[in-house]
Write a protein that binds this ligand. Structure first.
Ligand code: GLN
Ligand code: ZN
Length: 751
C-alpha cells in the first residue's frame, strides 16, 4: 500500500446506454415532466457517484454532472443570461437554461464552440451588459447532496474564473480584468460556503493555462487566486490544468494554492521536464494526470509506474494524487457492454470505469498484480497481433504527394475537358436523409431486408435526386449519399484496421453523442467503397457526377486512434487507403472527385507553436490521397468552417482544384482572407446557410455572389450551399437550390 491518493476530474454524463440523452430528449419532447426529469437527473447523478466510490476513488468529483453543459451551468449560476431570453431575478428556470442552449422561435440559441481541442462543444457565455450575481451555490448544493445521500465527502469542481471569462464573449480584451473582478466575489462566496459546510478540497479548472496567457493575464490570475485562498483559508484549492503542459510552469507553482493538477499524458515530456528542472513546492499536492483521459487504451503500467517513480523523487508520496489527465467526459463509460469487436482489441480497451480501476492499481500495485499483468499481456497481444504486425507497405514511401502539373496548367486542361459554364453550380454531397432512408438502412443492417431490396431502394433514391438535379439545372451533380449514416463510419467500416463499438458513445454537444470509430490496426484498403453508387448515378445523366469521399485527416480526427505509433503515420496509412478509392473512381470513369476534410482545423494543436508541424503532415496526407490521378481529373475538397486567414497557405498547399467552404454565417468576413489574392485556385463559397430551414431568396444569394466577385476572379468561382443537405427537408432543399441556380444564372449575365 502506498500513501498515494486517487482522484478524478469528472465522469461521463451519458450513462452506459445513453440514459441521460434519452431523459433530456423526452423532457424536450414533453413526454417527461419537469419533476420526473429532475428526479431522473438526480438518480443518474447519484448512480455515477456511487460507481466512482465503489471503484475506490479517494477524491470523487462533484458537480461536474450537468443537464447540458458545464460552461452553461456556470453562466447560469452567475445569472449571465442574455437579455433575449427574458429577465430573470433569482434562480434561472430550466426552460431558460434550455432556451439558451437550444434557442426558441423568438431567441436564437447561444453560440456553441469546441472545448479546447476536443470534440466536446460548450455554450459560449455572453458577458455583455451582464451584472453577474450568484443565483445559487450549485457546487455547495451537490456537495451536500452527495454527503447526505451517499455519505460521499466529495470534491466540488468549478470552472475557474480566468478560463470562464477567457472562453466567454461579448467584451473587449481590455475589459478582461473587470469581468474577472466582477466574478471574484461570487467565487469567494461559493468557496466560503463550501468551507463552512466542511468541504476539504475544491477543484478549480483552469485549462486555459495549457494554451497561453499574456503577462497581464497571469498577473490577474495570480491576484485572483490570492483573493480566493484568503477568502477560504481552510478549503484546499486544487488548481487544475489539462490538455497539455502549462504555459508558464514557474508562475503556476508559485500560486498560493494547496494543490496543482498537471497533465502527464498530453505534453508529458514538457511537464516532466518542468518538474525536473524547476522542482515542485514541498507544501503543495501534485495531482498527476497520468491516465489518459481522452483515449481508450489500457494503460501501459510499466510506463506509468516508472513515471510515478520519477515523481516520487521530487514530490513526497503523501503529496501525490494519481488521476486521469482530464475529465473522463471525453471517453465512453465502460468496455463491459462491447461484444462485437475482436477479442484482442476488447482486451486492450479502458473506458471511464476501467480507467478508475487503473487508478486503484497505481495507488496500490501490489494488491492488484492480476490486473497489472493482465494489462501488460493484453497490450502485448495487440502489439503482436496480425492487425499491427504488417511490415509497412513499400508503396507508402514511394507514393506521390504532389500532382505532376501545377494548378494553373491543370486548370487549362480541366476547362477543356469539363466545359462548364462560368460560376458552375453544385452541392456538397448529401441530400435529405428522410426517415424512410434511415429506416431502410437500419433494416438492411439488421438483416430484415435483402441486399437486393436495399440496393434497389438506394438506386431509386439516387435516380429520384438525379432527376431533381436535372430539373433544378445544377451543373455538377452528386449521388446524394443515401447509403451513408455517417461520413466517417461509412468508410471506417469498409477499411481494415478500424473497429466500431456498440455502446462507446461520447457527448459531442447537448444530447448529441458520437460513437467514434477505433483505429486499432494498420489501416488498409480492401475494395472499392463508393464506385457502385457513383457509377449508377453517372449512368443516369450526362452531367458530371462528383465522387464523394471522406479525407484521411477527418477520418483520423473523428476517431480514437492507436497510441503505439504517431498520428502522422496513422494518417498516412489512411491517406494511402483513400488514394486507392480515388484511383478506383477514376478508373471507373468518375473524374471529378471531392475529398471532404471538414475536420482539418479541428485537429490543430492548442499551442500555436505546434500548428505548423500538424498542418504539414495533414496537408501531405490529403495530397497523398488526391495526387495519384490524371491532370484532367478534378479534385474538390470541402471544409465546414470559414476561419481561413491564419491557415490560408496550408489550404492552398492542399492543392485541390476546387475548395468549398462555409461562409454564409461569417457575414462576409471570409472574403477578406481572399482579398489579397493569395488564394488562386478554384473556390466555392457557401452561398446559403444549410443549418437553417429558411429558404434564401434569389436576390440575397446574388448579392452574396456579387460581393465575392469583387475580390475573386469569376473563372475560379463556384456556387454551392455551405455544407451537405442531409438534415434539410426535401422541399426546403429543392426550393433553396432553385434560387441558388437562378442567382448564378443572373450573375452570369453581368460578368
Ligand atoms: N459530403 C458531406 C455531406 O454532404 C460533407 C459533410 C461535412 O462537411 N460535414 O454530407
Ligand atoms: Zn460541411
Amino acid at each position: 500500500m502506498t500513501n498515494i491518493k486517487s482522484s478524478s476530474l469528472g465522469y461521463p454524463r451519458l450513462g452506459e446506454k445513453r440514459e441521460w440523452k434519452k431523459a433530456l430528449e423526452s423532457f424536450w419532447a414533453g413526454t417527461m415532466g419537469e419533476e420526473d426529469f429532475e428526479r431522473r437527473m438526480k438518480e443518474l447523478r447519484l448512480s455515477f457517484l456511487k460507481k466512482q466510490k465503489e471503484k475506490g476513488l479517494d477524491l470523487i468529483p462533484i458537480g461536474d454532472f450537468s443537464c447540458y453543459d458545464h460552461m452553461l451551468d456556470t453562466a447560469v449560476m452567475f445569472g449571465i443570461v442574455p437579455k433575449r431570453f427574458g429577465k430573470s431575478a433569482g434562480r434561472v428556470p430550466l426552460s431558460t437554461y434550455y432556451a439558451m442552449a437550444r434557442g426558441t422561435d423568438k431567441a436564437p440559441a447561444c453560440e456553441m464552440t469546441k472545448w479546447f481541442n476536443t470534440n466536446y462543444h460548450y455554450i459560449v457565455p455572453e458577458l455583455e451588459q451582464s451584472e453577474p450575481f450568484l443565483t445559487e451555490n450549485i457546487p455547495l448544493k451537490f456537495y451536500q447532496e452527495a454527503k447526505k445521500e451517499l455519505g460521499i465527502e466529495g470534491k466540488p469542481v468549478i470552472v475557474g474564473p480566468i478560463t470562464f471569462v477567457k472562453l466567454s464573449k461579448g467584451y473587449e480584451p481590455e475589459e478582461f480584468s473587470s469581468y474577472v473582478d466582477k466574478l471574484l466575489p461570487l467565487y469567494e462566496t461559493i468557496l466560503t460556503e463550501l468551507e463552512e459546510a466542511g468541504a476539504s478540497w475544491v477543484q478549480i479548472d483552469e485549462p486555459i493555462l495549457s494554451v497561453s496567457l499574456s503577462d497581464d493575464e497571469w498577473q490577474i490570475l495570480k491576484q485572483t487566486y490570492e483573493h480566493l485562498t484568503t477568502a477560504a483559508p481552510h478549503l484546499k484549492i486544487l488548481l487544475q490544468t489539462y490538455f497539455g503542459s502549462v504555459d508558464d510552469y514557474q508562475r503556476m507553482i508559485s500560486l498560493p494554492v494547496a494543490g496543482i493538477g498537471l497533465d502527464f499524458v498530453y505534453g508529458r515530456s514538457e511537464t516532466l521536464h518542468n518538474i525536473h528542472v524547476h522542482g515542485f513546492p514541498s507544501d503543495k499536492v501534485l495531482a498527476a494526470g497520468v491516465i489518459d483521459g481522452r483515449n481508450i487504451w489500457r494503460a501501459d503500467f510499466r510506463e506509468k509506474l516508472g513515471l510515478l517513480e520519477q515523481l516520487k523523487e521530487i514530490v513526497r508520496e503523501e503529496n501525490i494524487m494519481v488521476q486521469p489527465s482530464c475529465s473522463l467526459l471525453h471517453v465512453p463509460v465502460t468496455t463491459e457492454l462491447e461484444k462485437d469487436i475482436p477479442q484482442v482489441l476488447q482486451d486492450s480497451l479502458a473506458f471511464a470505469d476501467e480507467k478508475l480501476m487503473e487508478l486503484a492499481v497505481l495507488k496500490n500495485p501490489s494488491a492488484h498484480e492480476d490486473i497489472l499483468e493482465n494489462s501488460l499481456r493484453s497490450r502485448e497481444a495487440l502489439a503482436q497481433s496480425s492487425f499491427r504486425c504488417l511490415s509497412r507497405p513499400s508503396d507508402i514511401k514511394e507514393i506521390r504527394d504532389s500532382r505532376p502539373l501545377p494548378f494553373a496548367e491543370r486548370q487549362k486542361l480541366q476547362e477543356e475537358k469539363w466545359n462548364l459554364p462560368l460560376l458552375p453550380t453544385t452541392t456538397i454531397g448529401s441530400f435529405p436523409q428522410t426517415r424512410e432512408v434511415r429506416v431502410k438502412r437500419r433494416d438492411f443492417r439488421k438483416g430484415d431486408i435483402s441486399k437486393q431490396e436495399y440496393v434497389q431502394y438506394i438506386q431509386k433514391r439516387i435516380e429520384e435526386w438525379i432527376n431533381i438535379q436535372e430539373d433544378i439545372g445544377l451543373d455538377v451533380f452528386v449521388h446524394g449519399e443515401f447509403e451513408r449514416n455517417d461520413m466517417v463510419e461509412f468508410f471506417g467500416e469498409k477499411l481494415k484496421g478500424i473497429a466500431f463499438t456498440s455502446y462507446a458513445w461520447v457527448q459531442s454537444y447537448g444530447s448529441r453523442c458520437v460513437k467514434p470509430p477505433i483505429i486499432y490496426g494498420d489501416v488498409e484498403y480492401i475494395k472499392p467503397m463508393t464506385v457502385e453508387e457513383t457509377l449508377y448515378a453517372q449512368s443516369l445523366t450526362d452531367k458530371p457526377v462528383k465522387g464523394m469521399l471522406t479525407g484521411p485527416v477527418t477520418i483520423l480526427n473523428w476517431s480514437f486512434v492507436r497510441d503505439d505509433i504517431a498520428e502522422k503515420e496513422v494518417c498516412e496509412q489512411i491517406a494511402v487507403a483513400i488514394s486507392n478509392e480515388v484511383k478506383a473512381l477514376e478508373e471507373a470513369g468518375i473524374e471529378m472527385i471531392q475529398v471532404d476534410e471538414p475536420a482539418l482545423r479541428e485537429g490543430m494543436p492548442l499551442k500555436e507553436k505546434e500548428w505548423q508541424e500538424y498542418l504539414d503532415w495533414s496537408v501531405r496526407a490529403f495530397r497523398i490521397a488526391t495526387s495519384q490521378v490524371k491532370d484532367t481529373t478534378q479534385i474538390h475538397t470541402h471544409m465546414c468552417y470559414s476561419e481561413f486567414d491564419d491557415i490560408i497557405e496550408d489550404i492552398r498547399a492542399l492543392d485541390a482544384d476546387v475548395v468549398s467552404i462555409e461562409t454564409s454565417r461569417s457575414h462576409g468576413e471570409l472574403i477578406k482572407a481572399f482579398e489579397t489574392g493569395q488564394y488562386d485556385k478554384g473556390i466555392g463559397l457557401g452561398v446559403y446557410d444549410i443549418h437553417s430551414p429558411r429558404i434564401p431568396s434569389v436576390h440575397e444569394i446574388k448579392d452574396m455572389v456579387e460581393r465575392a466577385l469583387r475580390v475573386l476572379p469569376p473563372s475560379l468561382f463556384w456556387v454551392n450551399p455551405d455544407c451537405g443537405l442531409k438534415t434539410r427537408k426535401e422541399s426546403e432543399t429543392t426550393a433553396a437550390l432553385k434560387n441558388m441556380v437562378q442567382a448564378a444564372q443572373d450573375v452570369r449575365l453581368s460578368v
